[in-house]
Design a protein around this ligand. Structure first.
Ligand code: B12
Length: 224
């Protein structure tokens, strides 16, 4: 089997809700020395994109979606430990979670996994996270970045509230706020005063690395 056929099989089996097969194929990708990030982007995420389409077209309903999500998560678990690990001289401290009222966590887990693989210190609050917890945890661990995800239009205002809480406490400028998920856009990020929006987990990690570099340079300048 070549790489393309492998990605196609992962995608197909994820759509078919065959969790065991997805796990087996992800294990095979490791034996074939396929870079895990490629397996995630070209197999697992492509499969989940197609599942989303089937849901929108009402071919799939919640039970099917749940099984596909399980297959996606199990596949991620197989490849995650094999992602290229980088270290950071001063690891960025990140607080991440899905905002209150929302339990969709696949995208958030992707962002977390890729940030961890980049050497960042990530504190995952999970899903359906009470809004104050983002602030409390960020202060407690002296975070550099707060990452919020949501896939529902009914819960996206939670992000705005978290930023308002930071402003009320006069600590807004201590953190970079990243937001993302289905209904989020650059327009919304600008409107609520978030620092970074992207629709791609890998891009979010690149932006965080950029911030880490800027912080490091600033600290150096302050020392000199
Ligand atoms: C899987 C799924 C579920 C699963 C979730 C399993 C899980 N553990 O996550 C289950 C079956 C449980 C579920 C339940 C529900 N769901 Co649902 N679900 C989906 C579905 C089909 C796919 C979502 C997904 O995982 N995509 C794959 C991941 C990889 O994509 P992603 O999360 O968007 O992440 C990418 C980017 O957004 C980005 N990203 C994500 N987060 C962040 C954060 C930052 C900071 C950055 C920078 C980037 C970033 O990175 C990823 C790519 O690299 C979507 C359809 C869709 N079009 O999205 C509906 C959808 C999100 N669900 C929807 C709804 C309504 C529900 C329910 C309310 C249904 C119900 N009647 O009960 C419940 C929610 C209950 C609750 N309160 O949370 C709606 C939301 C509508 C809206 N606009 O508000 C959608 C859009 C479907 C629809 N069109 O109606 N769902």
């Amino acid at each position: 089997m070549n790489k393309q056929t492998l990605f196609e099989s992962i995608k197909e089996n994820l759509i078919e809700m065959d969790e065991d097969k997805v796990v087996e194929l992800c294990e095979q990708s490791l034996q074939m020395k396929v870079p895990p990030l490629e397996t995630i982007n070209e197999g697992l995420i492509k499969g989940m994109d197609e599942v989303s389409r089937l849901y929108e077209e009402e071919e799939y309903f919640l039970p099917e979606i749940l099984m596909c999500a399980d297959a996606m998560n199990s596949g991620l678990e197989v490849v995650q430990p094999h992602l290229d690990k980088n270290t950071m001289t001063q690891p960025l401290r990140v607080v991440i979670g899905v905002v209150e009222g929302d339990t969709h966590d696949i995208g958030k887990n992707l962002v977390r996994i890729l940030m961890e693989a980049s050497g960042m210190e990530v504190h995952d609050l999970g899903r359906d996270v009470p809004l104050e917890s983002f602030v409390t945890k960020a202060v407690e661990i002296k975070a550099d970045v707060i990452v919020m995800s949501t896939l529902m239009s009914t819960t996206m205002d939670g992000m705005k509230k978290v930023i308002a809480m930071l402003e009320e406490k006069n600590i807004r400028d201590q953190f970079k706020v990243f937001i993302g998920g289905g209904p989020i856009s650059q327009f919304y990020a600008d409107k609520i005063g978030a620092d970074v929006y992207t629709n791609d987990a890998s891009e979010a990690v690149r932006m965080a690395k950029q911030i880490a570099l800027e912080t490091l340079n600033r600290n150096k300048r302050e020392v000199n």
